[in-house]
Design a binder for this molecule. Structure first.
Ligand code: NDP
Length: 519
């Protein structure tokens, strides 16, 4: 694929398939002025949308979602061609969109309905918490899940009553454009202002212009760019949520089911060609079972079928591993593998571009003899590489797993679930699975997001929709006295009385005396 960086504003972005090398289409780059105009239209539309009852919003969106599934085959093929992923993985992106519509369509009201709290002290006040839409939410999204992270991400923001403006990756703009087009057609048919969901296209300048205009920015991508987005959001004092990189560890203890663990490692490392922020990026396996585990992993990896099956709807031919989407990511993968090899690692399988295929197909790769002096164990590789490192015991595995600037996801493998959960609680990660991988993203009821340099904020669950809302607290006086005790005029008598009450309520000396009295 030709490098596209640096094409000036006003030009076109040409999209070429990383799998087949065919030209798929083009989109126009939006200038900052065009981004500003799109956000202004979104803000206008959001007023009508926000005033629509949540139950109606959810219903209209679910109907709009039907049109996505009516065009399932078209979308699966486009996703597969544009991103390079196998059909099966393209289909899971549609499944996620369906799940978001179903989950927030059903639960959104429960998460966002005003709710009362009982104050622990000010019992003479009635307190209610409300959730108001923020206005226009901007999404800057990457190329690895170009439908999930655009249309899928937008759904909770829309259910909450916001308008959204999405800047998809310049490497995969077509699927976002088509998905949004389908939603807009359906929304128009239901009398909803279509500008509640829009796409703007371009590079860093377009993304930066979006951050300059919206009421909240949601960014998924690299830690370096995420930091720049957060700095601009801080200048504007708008909320931002950041889903950044990961270097997710897998800890395999000696009592683990090695077959399940090996199958999980292979899928967890190579699905979507490893271009998953929560993929398995490094394995720490108990030395007593390391050889057996590694043999199983290598055998499974060699069975994987690599290629393109995007246009194979009518045949039974399917592939397991597709192409890598971003050519520069192959450079990162190659640099990490070369660095490991130079420092003494062994390549057990893979370690090169697939010579039998025309596109960006990097072979699923397994490395042994690795350690933390190597980039492959410490930097995000974001490609189909699985380094395996034997460890002496649980403590060493835990220390190495936590020796990272990232803390997104992790997994622990053991026959003893209670021990697994105990160990999992000590792993620095937003989500740690016991005897499973990646599944955290599918448990959409639970908050998902990173610690350390992996990000700020959560998607999914109640937080996943409330983050798109301003929380508003309403406090109502219950008794209507002419004046409250702490209002003017201040008096010495009230001050003394208050001091006595305070020492009764809060003095440790008094509570020590009471404890002594009652033994
Ligand atoms: P980046 O984070 O570099 O960029 C994401 C998007 O933001 C791009 O369109 C970029 O434009 C744009 N952008 C750049 N600067 C700004 C700015 N100041 N304000 C707003 N937007 C801006 O991600 P990439 O897609 O280029 O991938 C790079 C790395 O990110 C990968 O190597 C991988 O490690 C990681 N990554 C992580 C993902 C995750 O899910 N956590 C997903 C994908 C990638 P431009 O390209 O012109 O710079």
């Amino acid at each position: 694929m030709a490098e596209q960086k640096g094409i000036p504003t006003g030009s076109q972005i040409e999209v070429v398939s990383p799998a087949t090398r065919e030209r798929l289409g083009e989109v126009a780059v939006d200038s900052p002025a065009e981004v500003k105009a799109a956000v202004a239209r979104a803000r206008q539309a959001s007023r009508i949308w926000a005033a629509t009852p949540l139950s109606t919003r959810a219903k209209v969106l679910r109907l709009a979602g039907d049109s996505i599934f009516d065009h399932r085959e078209e979308l699966v093929e486009l996703l597969s061609r544009e991103n390079g992923k196998p059909r099966m993985e393209a289909l899971t992106e549609l499944a996620y969109v369906g799940d978001m519509l179903a989950f927030y369509g059903r639960r959104g009201k429960r998460f966002l309905d005003p709710h009362r709290i009982t104050p622990h002290m000010m019992l003479n006040k009635r307190v209610t918490i409300h959730y108001q839409p923020r206005g226009v939410i901007g999404f800057i999204t990457p190329w690895n899940f170009p439908l999930i992270l655009t249309v899928g991400e937008a759904i909770p923001a829309l259910v909450a009553g916001n308008a959204v403006v999405i800047k998809p990756s310049e490497w995969t703009p077509l699927i976002a454009r088509r998905g949004v087009e389908l939603l807009r057609e359906s929304l128009a048919a239901h009398g909803v202002p279509v500008d509640i969901i829009q796409v703007v296209n371009g590079y860093g300048e377009t993304g930066a212009a979006l951050v300059d205009e919206v009421d909240m920015i949601s960014f998924t991508g690299s830690t370096a760019t995420g930091r720049r987005v957060a700095m601009r959001a801080a200048e504007r004092l708008i909320p931002c949520s950041l889903e950044l990189g990961g270097k997710d560890p897998m800890i395999v203890l000696r009592d683990a089911d090695l077959e399940r663990a090996a199958n999980a490692a292979v899928w967890g490392a190579f699905t979507n060609s490893g271009q998953v922020c929560i993929s398995v990026e490094r394995v720490y396996v108990d030395a007593t079972v390391a050889d057996r585990f590694t043999d199983l992993v290598v055998a499974r990896t060699r069975e994987l079928r690599q290629g393109f099956d995007g246009d194979e709807a009518d045949s039974d031919r399917r592939v397991d591993v597709g192409a890598m989407t971003w050519p520069r990511q192959i450079e990162t993968v190659t640099a990490h593998v070369d660095d490991a090899r130079e420092k003494g690692a062994a390549i057990l399988t893979g370690g090169r571009l697939n010579p039998a295929l025309p596109g960006n197909f990097y072979e699923p790769t397994v490395l042994a003899g690795v350690d933390h002096s190597m980039r492959i164990m410490t930097e995000e590789t974001f490609g189909p590489v699985l380094p395996i490192m034997p460890v002496q015991d649980e403590a060493e595995a835990l220390r190495l797993a936590n020796d990272s600037r990232y803390a997104l996801n992790a997994s622990v493998w053991t026959a003893n679930r209670a021990n697994g959960e105990r160990l999992a609680a000590n792993v620095a990660a937003g989500i740690t699975c016991v005897n499973d991988v990646i599944v955290g993203f599918a448990v959409t009821d639970a908050p998902s997001g990173g610690l350390k340099e992996s990000g700020i904020g959560k998607r999914h669950g109640a937080e996943g929709i409330r983050r798109f809302c301003n929380q508003q607290v309403i406090i109502t006086d219950r008794f209507g006295l002419k004046r409250e005790l702490i209002w003017y005029p201040y008096s010495a008598g009230f001050e003394k009385g208050l001091a006595r009450v305070l020492s009764f309520l809060y003095s440790n000396r008094l509570s020590r005396k009471i404890r002594a009295l009652f033994g």
